[in-house]
Design a protein around this ligand. Structure first.
Ligand SMILES: NC(=O)c1ccc[n+]([C@@H]2O[C@H](COP(=O)([O-])OP(=O)(O)OC[C@H]3O[C@@H](n4cnc5c(N)ncnc54)[C@H](O)[C@@H]3O)[C@@H](O)[C@H]2O)c1
Length: 313
């Protein structure tokens, strides 16, 4: 595959060397105020990760109702972390105190870093980057996207600072998953990459890998064809949903079968990522099966809507 071949030619070493890491120690230290756009599954998780790391985090949503829903999701997650002993009650309270919420992106003027995590829709994301470009006053602020598949360069050129735009792709649930993919656009400066990597690794404590700006990056380029194959298998009637999931859980030691995982990710997100990847490569393995689109049309989006391949409380 072209993307995999190109990735293999990249140097295997991390984006910044040990000596460069020392040089940027002072640079990431200036990222103290973070904005997160969108407080769905990913935005809430990313905001939690940043606030738990000691950063001041402001979260934006479209409506007061969506904001309240997201805030409840985030605070419940923190309470669960405290109940399970992962953080103390003092840490939970201090983390909550570092979080603020708004429906006005104008309040992001003083942010050092903004991470966009709204629906996987190029037009919606592009408009947000245009607004962020207008409102964020610090010229070297990093404007990052959590997109799973939309070309970063398209978001970068929508701004007057394409060198400051980068993909910072967390995994679900963000407070638990260790990986973050860093995706520089063709326009992204080395300084932005270094600052983003240092922040992800040193402040947030995640493991960063670097991918080229090709739809799906590393993980989804491998994962999405697998999920689509499982949906095709279910659609064809070859096996039940339980047998497909048990097959991969008990036969391959996957912690979650592909249909359960699709429900966790969100079927709208799986479909959107598949469309972007098909658009990019025109490979049949990225084509979304009809059942997936019908389920999205029916509002069966997985866990977040209460039903998908399975039903949820
Ligand atoms: N779900 C996953 O497993 C996963 C994993 C990695 C990355 N991602 C990516 O993260 C992004 C978000 O995915 P998600 O699963 O959190 O989706 P989601 O549907 O749970 O949340 C999206 C949120 O964005 C909000 N939103 C929409 N337009 C907005 C706007 N203009 N301003 C502010 N908020 C707005 C919505 O109200 C919603 O709360 C997508 O780009 C997706 O591809 C998802």
């Amino acid at each position: 595959m072209a993307a995999a071949g190109t990735l293999q030619r990249r140097p295997a070493e991390p984006v910044i060397s040990e000596s460069e890491r020392d040089d940027v120690t002072d640079t990431w230290g200036d990222i103290a105020r973070v904005g997160v756009v969108g407080c769905g599954q990913m935005g809430a998780g990313i905001a939690e990760v940043c606030a738990r790391a000691g950063l001041d985090v402001k979260v934006a949503e479209t409506t007061g109702e969506a904001l309240e829903f997201g805030r409840t999701r985030l605070f419940n997650s923190l309470s669960k972390a405290a109940e399970r002993g992962k953080i103390s009650e003092e840490e939970r309270d201090a983390t909550q105190a570092r979080l603020s919420f708004t429906t006005d992106l104008g309040e992001f003027a003083d942010r050092d870093l903004v991470i966009e995590a709204v629906v996987e829709n190029e037009q919606v994301k592009t408009e947000i980057f245009q607004v962020l470009d207008q409102v964020v006053t610090r010229r070297d602020a990093i404007l990052a996207s959590n997109t799973s598949s939309i070309p970063l360069v398209k978001l970068a050129v929508a701004t007057s600072r394409p060198d400051q735009v980068i993909g910072v792709h967390f995994f679900n649930p963000a407070p638990v998953q260790k990986l973050v993919e860093l995706i520089p656009a063709l326009t992204t400066s080395e300084g932005t990459i270094s600052r983003a990597q240092a922040l992800v690794e040193k402040i947030l404590g995640k493991h960063a890998i670097r991918a080229q700006d090709r739809s799906g990056f590393v993980v989804n380029a491998l994962l999405i064809p697998y999920l689509l194959s499982a949906i095709r298998m279910f659609e064809s009637g070859m096996a039940s949903r339980e047998d497909i999931d048990n097959g991969m859980e008990l036969g391959c030691a996957h912690p979650m079968g592909p249909l359960k995982l699709s429900d966790l990710i969100g079927l709208d997100t799986v479909a959107s990522v598949a469309y972007s990847m098909y658009e990019e490569y025109k490979e049949p393995l990225y084509a979304a099966p009809p059942l997936l689109q019908r389920m999205v049309d029916a509002g069966r989006l997985g866990r977040k809507s209460g039903s998908g391949f399975y039903t949820y409380d």
